[in-house]
Ligand binder design. Sequence first.
Ligand SMILES: Nc1nc2c(ncn2[C@@H]2O[C@H](COP(=O)(O)OP(=O)(O)OP(=O)(O)O)[C@@H](O)[C@H]2O)c(=O)[nH]1
Ligand SMILES: [Mg+2]
Ligand SMILES: [Zn+2]
Ligand SMILES: [Zn+2]
Length: 403
Amino acid sequence: MPLKSKFICPFCFEEHKISDVQFRCTNRRCKDVPDLELTRYENGDESIPKMGKPTFKAPSGGLSIPKSARCPECNSITYAIVCPSCHNKLPESTLLGRDMIISVVGSRDTGKSHFVGVIINELIERISVKFGGAMEGFDDTMQRYKAGAYQKLYMDMQKLDLTQSSVQNVNNGAYRPLIFTLKLKHKGLFKDKIDSYTLVFFDTAGEDLNDEDTMSTVNKYICKSAGIIFLLDPMQFPTVRNQLDENTVSRASSVDWKQATRSDDIMARVSKLIRNDRRMKSEQKIDIPVAAVFSKFDAIASLIPEGSTVLENSPHCDEGRFDMADWHNVDSEIRSLLTEWGAESFISQVDLNYTNYSYFAVSALGLGNNPKENRSIERPRPHRIEDPLLWILKENGVIKASK
Ligand SMILES: Nc1nc2c(ncn2[C@@H]2O[C@H](COP(=O)(O)OP(=O)(O)OP(=O)(O)O)[C@@H](O)[C@H]2O)c(=O)[nH]1
Ligand SMILES: [Mg+2]
Ligand SMILES: [Zn+2]
Ligand SMILES: [Zn+2]
């Protein structure tokens, strides 16, 4: 991997030159000082700032940065590198590997938190392994994940609550992204080499995507993402809802569909945000890969024609590469379902705004695992949850595709 000159902070999503990183003293005996950057990042009160060990710029060493630096206060050596704008500790892969921010967006109740909560466990236990790699959490990411979505879904076996707006809830999971390092082995000419990627998941509250002002401050990450996973709840289409019994629909939702924002509106807002950030004209298409994904596939599986590829298990992991024939079938099956369900306006929104997009369908909980009225579920056994992510990784050249 070539040395990078810039990086995106996985906490605050600001872009910086590598040479601008700072160090933080790690000597326990060094005196704490007010940390305004971290206070600001955590939306705290600047008049009663958070305290922390001193941060400082490393003595300049040209383009690359030294591995360690000496604290100007106590003279001890530190290896801890922090972001100059938010003072969060940066993972090594941020400095050496590729930044892969995956945005998961969609209106309220479309299944974003369940998607993220389940795909992380799958990535760690199955997907990364099948692709000859490993994924591990950075800093307190695993603790936060295990105490949050994992505890609820895999230990308590309960469905998750809707996510609260991060405007008021600084400490909720939607505010601090989940940060992982994905390591993949690539066959080199003479020996295998290992590439590392910083994989960042940000589980937005659908509520925060309703308003442009909130979006531009909270959702900077969308503009920097390597791919956007746009979730759609199929039961928000009247034609689908009318073919299912009421009980199935209500168990697969947490709010009444009438309260949900239209997916086309969210798509329009997200696209406008990216264009503003990149100073693009409104007729220019955005080149970030967009996976438009039907969630809660288990609830609508009965409506899918027998013999459809999307009913079969995902083949990519077993093949250890992205299966193009399977992808092509699923994409065209979902496109024709969307047309059948009267979602032409969504299709044209996607087409008008993006150069590279594809359609998928997933279930985070799995076939026959629609939550009970008392919110209980069986252990998640997802259906095709990896497809949209693997496609984004393929589009970014991270994994290979079958010919
Ligand atoms: N049957 C089924 N229901 C699901 C699945 N995923 C989510 N749901 C249902 O959809 C509801 C909303 O899911 P969430 O993941 O909380 O939705 P969200 O997009 O995070 O919503 P906000 O946080 O409000 O933006 C859940 O309470 C479940 O009832 C799934 O894979 N299958
Ligand atoms: Mg949520
Ligand atoms: Zn930062
Ligand atoms: Zn010190």
